[in-house]
Design a protein around this ligand. Structure first.
Ligand SMILES: [Zn+2]
Ligand SMILES: [Zn+2]
Length: 343
């Protein structure tokens, strides 16, 4: 197949801003429906950020309400589990998995052993840490990186997921800004399928997509320190953004401080501009790397996915696995660039 015939080449520009399009994502092979006409439907999301009633276990001063901390950013010599901290990792009080050694119960049935922890992003009772600036965000991501690096070095954790649910519509049960780390003893099907897809097509589709984005320059939001932020061609969510290294890198948890600085600034810029445009908006952050002990581990290309959750995932999406996105990625990228003054 010659380069100009690839789906990305054919679909790099919209035929008409009003015409709904189906687009195929080259990383997973899934199709999405880009349907801007549905964007006029009202999308209230303020109710996603109602402050909790009662005492917040993540607020500074309430450290005794969480299990003893695993790690924290605090001044040298300050005692663990005291109030003097800026970022804190604690075990989840309601874990989805339990500590232990992986055990096969029967084919297709294994014990759900692993680690489920919370990264409390800041001491104050705020719903996002965006207001604290990119330097604070770097502390959050730095502590999460170090914890994920430790967990990933243990082969019993086949997959280590760092993610964030912000707002009730994105799955958050607590108002206070936090991320989560959850490990499972099996590589999830979706990750396995992505690695196998790279094996079957013979090259990394993320690298290919980045090449196209750099050439077309219509969906790029920003670039820093060998990282690129862009609205992917087949975005499944309105204003979806991916941040990834322009060079092929399977693992993110060993990233040096310069890269971490670039990642934190890009992430902050994207969140800041989206917040400016949408107000507080429910969203998920999903850090996707590569399983360290998998034979195809080098096929993975790490990325941080920012997934605004402005529309529900409803019957059509569950029935087909096909997401309906009401904002064309080209328009989303232009909007973010304009707000950042990068246009
Ligand atoms: Zn709080
Ligand atoms: Zn790659």
């Amino acid at each position: 197949m010659v380069e100009s015939e690839t789906p990305l080449a054919r679909g790099s520009l919209r035929v008409s801003p009003e015409l709904p399009e189906m687009r195929q994502d080259q990383v997973e092979g899934r199709w999405v429906l880009i349907s801007p006409g549905r964007a006029s439907r009202p999308m209230p999301h303020e109710s996603s950020f109602l402050a909790d009633e009662g005492t917040c276990p993540f607020c500074q001063g309430n450290e005794s309400l969480t299990p003893p901390e695993v790690m924290a950013v605090r001044p040298a010599g300050a005692p663990a589990n005291g109030p003097d901290w800026t970022v804190r990792i604690v075990p989840n009080r309601y874990p989805a998995v339990m500590p232990g050694q992986p055990v096969l119960i029967s084919p297709g049935q294994v014990g759900a052993v692993g680690v489920h922890e919370v990264v409390v992003e800041c001491p104050g009772h705020v719903p996002t840490a965006t207001s604290l600036g990119p330097t604070h965000l770097e502390s959050v991501l730095g502590l999460a990186r170090d914890r994920v690096a430790t967990l990933s070095s243990d082969p019993s954790h086949a997959w280590v997921q760092l993610f964030k649910n912000a707002g009730a519509a994105a799955g958050a049960s607590l108002f206070h800004a936090h991320m989560q780390i959850l490990t499972v003893p099996e590589v999830p099907h979706r990750i396995e399928a992505m690695l196998q897809r790279v094996e079957s097509v013979g090259h990394c589709p993320v690298c290919e997509q980045i090449r196209w984005e750099l050439e077309k320059k219509i969906r790029i939001v920003g670039e820093r320190e060998g990282l690129i932020a862009f609205c992917p061609f087949a975005s499944g969510f309105p204003h979806e953004v991916w941040i990834c290294p322009t060079a092929h890198q399977p693992h993110w948890e060993g990233m040096p401080s310069k890269l971490l600085d670039g990642l934190s600034r890009l992430l902050w810029e994207v969140l800041y501009s989206l917040e400016k445009r949408l107000g507080l908006f429910p969203h998920n952050l999903v850090m996707q790397g590569s399983p360290r002990f998998h034979p195809l581990a080098n096929h993975g290309h790490w990325m941080l996915r920012i997934l605004p959750r402005l529309n529900g995932i409803a019957g059509f999406e569950w029935g087909t696995g096909m997401l309906i996105n009401t904002v064309a990625p080209e328009a989303a990228a232009e909007g973010i660039r304009t707000l950042l003054g990068n246009s």
